[in-house]
Design a binder for this molecule. Structure first.
Ligand SMILES: [Zn+2]
Ligand SMILES: [Zn+2]
Length: 267
């Protein structure tokens, strides 16, 4: 399986997953052009995409879903609640009926058949209705994906422990958030149990992940105002070290880039 975050952060998110004939976008939080350019930068022809998988309905995850589905005739997988919201609020325009693939997020023991890749899903604690994360599998290797999670709930933990690689949110540095310019109610929303993971939240879960077998960890969905790649990487590396994990030896640690494709991973 090949994994490559195309761009990641509160400004927009999309990650590419490939195995065999399956070429999947996890979220399309950018314009069609931005996503096409990112795919070209990693030598992927957008005409060969096979599916779009959506985590939740916030704009930084869905801006390009409709346009890419229409342009390349792509099926769109989303939870019932996410799909209803996108359609009722007219967020993505019209999608051909045959390309609508809606699932019940509660049935977490079922897997989406994406061709040569299967995806299981799990509900995430976030302030978007019916939001989910995913674990992708090619039958041999697994890649877990969890951004926009207010806290590491038991089901999120269970879903991600033991995967081979993961992209985990590290949204904000606590000092930067609380000392920063955001209004108090927005700060509280971000730090709430249905908001986003801080660097420290991500770090302590990262220790568990690496000890469970995760060999590659991307930190993603960084805030533009309340974090920097350097602070996120250092905070997580330090806590990993305190937990007896040697970063870059026991586990490769990357920060997913905000605007450009990140390290391509072959699992
Ligand atoms: Zn987001
Ligand atoms: Zn969100």
């Amino acid at each position: 399986m090949i994994v490559c975050p195309l761009f990641s952060g509160s400004s927009g998110n999309s990650t590419y997953v490939e195995h065999g004939a399956s070429r999947i976008l996890v979220d399309c939080g950018g314009s069609g052009k931005q996503i096409e350019n990112a795919l070209k930068a990693i030598d992927v022809d957008p005409r060969r995409l096979t599916a779009i998988v959506v985590t939740h309905s916030h704009d930084d995850h869905i801006r390009g879903v409709g346009v890419l589905s229409r342009r390349y005739d792509l099926p769109v997988y989303a939870s019932v609640g996410t799909w209803d919201y996108l359609i009722k609020r007219n967020k993505i325009g019209s999608v051909a009926t045959k390309n609508i693939r809606v699932f019940q997020s509660g049935k977490t023991n079922e897997a989406l058949d994406l061709g040569d890749v299967a995806a299981t899903y799990f509900p995430t604690p976030h302030d978007a209705y019916d939001s989910v994360g995913y674990v992708f599998s090619d039958g041999k290797s697994t890649f877990g994906f969890a951004t926009d999670v207010g806290h590491v709930a038991a089901n999120v933990r269970n879903a991600l422990l033991g995967v081979d690689a993961a992209l985990l949110e590290a949204n904000y540095d606590e000092e930067m958030l609380w000392g920063g310019p955001y209004p108090e109610d927005l700060k509280a929303r971000i730090a709430s149990k249905k908001g986003h993971l801080s660097n420290l939240d991500a770090a302590s879960f990262a220790v568990e992940l690496v000890k469970s077998g995760v060999k590659t960890l991307y930190l993603g969905h960084l805030s533009e105002h309340n974090n920097t790649p350097m602070i996120a990487q250092c905070t997580v590396a330090e806590v990993l070290g305190d937990g007896g994990v040697v970063p870059q030896k026991d586990c490769a640690l990357y920060v997913a880039n905000r605007y450009t494709p990140s390290q391509r991973l072959e699992l």
